[in-house]
Design a protein around this ligand. Structure first.
Ligand SMILES: Nc1ncnc2c1ncn2[C@@H]1O[C@H](COP(=O)(O)OP(=O)(O)OP(=O)(O)O)[C@@H](O)[C@H]1O
Ligand SMILES: [Mg+2]
Ligand SMILES: [Zn+2]
Length: 361
């Protein structure tokens, strides 16, 4: 008969490739039960969308097979880690990760990426919210095909609208077409963004994706300064790499001590329907190069694809209409890399907080 010690010792040879730590000391093994020669436990991963989840499970099964147990009853679950440095007076305590989606210049596909990324994370099993913080040009409702949705107010809190399993808040639900927010001044816009963040009943969320307007104006600044966030995703296209606009965007967030989760290159290449090859129309590997130069993780490429554009423009995102297609899978892969990076940042945060507590003793 195997002992609990044997099992834990064996399982501690399994390393989480992202966190570079063994799964036992990370506390991923739960509810361990040994019944004569039968073994039962739960493997609790750090996100349902990790690219290494299958590998970790396989490594666990392999490790257990060396123990000579007759039966393994393994349950695999995921509990997303807290990825925010919560304040004592935290205003959004039920939201584990807040991810801003930014870019140096307009039209690079932030909203398209935000919407499909949110959908991919939700499809992986995470609880996901999407905040359209582009008050000047809210386009999330259009991309999700939810034109006339309403957000109710209950107990002084805004109730988000719902679409495809996402909780969605957008100024587009309020604004009349001819009543655009462009007429509002900075402080009012900041006030609206703050309210959308902290006066919304998000309930429990693993990830809140915040779609930002382009550049480094009032709204990104408000996001960075109102509440602690997990970090920023910078979306680029191959063209703006040359002009360094992406670099400017992450420069501002780094100055504000906001972590950069990573960089995503949109409209990277075109999968040719004729020769089936990937054509890098605007040059290859630009975002990867800046990621190396500035030490910022590269989280993947999204192809230039007519289906992606049509999905965004008709309110039927590819993650909903065609989730198994190659172009939708590009978003799924990026989503996994984003989730993995959030786990890494959360683990780092954990270590920092432990170190801080230790020095205070
Ligand atoms: N990978 C892609 N393939 C094809 N078209 C795309 C892709 N990504 C975005 N688009 C299209 O490019 C246009 C701009 O995209 P989107 O609105 O997402 O950019 P944005 O960065 O949010 O713009 P803004 O700065 O105005 O907020 C849209 O018409 C969208 O459908
Ligand atoms: Mg946009
Ligand atoms: Zn071709």
């Amino acid at each position: 008969m195997v002992s609990v010690d044997d099992v834990l010792k064996t399982l501690s040879t399994v390393i989480d490739p992202d966190l570079k730590k063994d799964i036992v000391s990370m506390g991923m093994i739960k509810d361990l039960e040994i019944n004569s020669n039968d073994l039962k436990f739960t493997l609790e991963l750090t996100t349902p969308a990790c690219p290494f989840n299958d590998q970790i499970e396989e490594d666990v099964r392999k490790a257990v097979s060396t123990l000579g147990v007759s039966k393994l009853d393994l349950k695999v679950t995921a509990k997303v880690m807290e990825g925010r440095a919560l304040n004592m007076d935290e205003m959004m305590p039920t939201v584990k990760n807040i991810i801003g989606v930014a870019s140096g210049k307009g039209g690079v596909g932030k909203t398209t990426v935000s919407v499909n990324l949110a959908l991919a994370l939700a499809q992986a099993g995470a609880k996901v919210g999407l905040l359209d913080a582009d008050i000047y040009g809210p386009s999330v409702p259009l991309m999700l095909g939810m034109g006339k949705s309403v957000m109710e107010v209950e107990n002084n809190k805004l109730q988000p609208a719902e679409s495809n399993g996402l909780k969605v808040v957008s100024f587009g639900f309020f604004a009349e077409q001819d009543h655009q927010a462009a007429i509002y001044r900075g402080p009012i816009i900041s006030g609206i963004v703050k309210q959308f963040l902290v006066d919304t009943n998000w309930s429990d969320l693993d990830y809140l994706i915040v779609d930002l307007p382009p550049g480094t104006g009032d709204i990104p600044l408000t996001l960075a300064q109102t509440i602690p966030i997990t970090g920023i995703l910078v979306v680029t296209t191959p063209q703006d790499v040359a002009s360094n606009v992406a670099v400017k965007a992450f420069g501002m967030f780094q100055k504000l001590n906001v972590p950069i989760i990573g960089i995503i290159e949109n409209m990277s290449y075109f999968k040719c329907p004729d020769c089936k090859k990937d054509h890098h129309i605007f040059g290859k590997g630009g975002a990867k190069k800046i990621s190396e130069k500035y030490g910022i993780p590269f989280l993947g490429e999204i192809p230039l694809n007519p289906g992606i554009m049509e999905g965004s423009d008709t309110g039927r995102p590819v993650l909903v209409t065609d989730p198994k297609s190659a172009h939708a899978s590009a978003f799924t892969n990026v989503a996994k890399n984003v989730a993995a990076r959030c786990s890494i940042l959360a683990a780092q945060l954990n270590e920092e907080m432990k170190a801080e507590v230790a020095t205070q003793k």
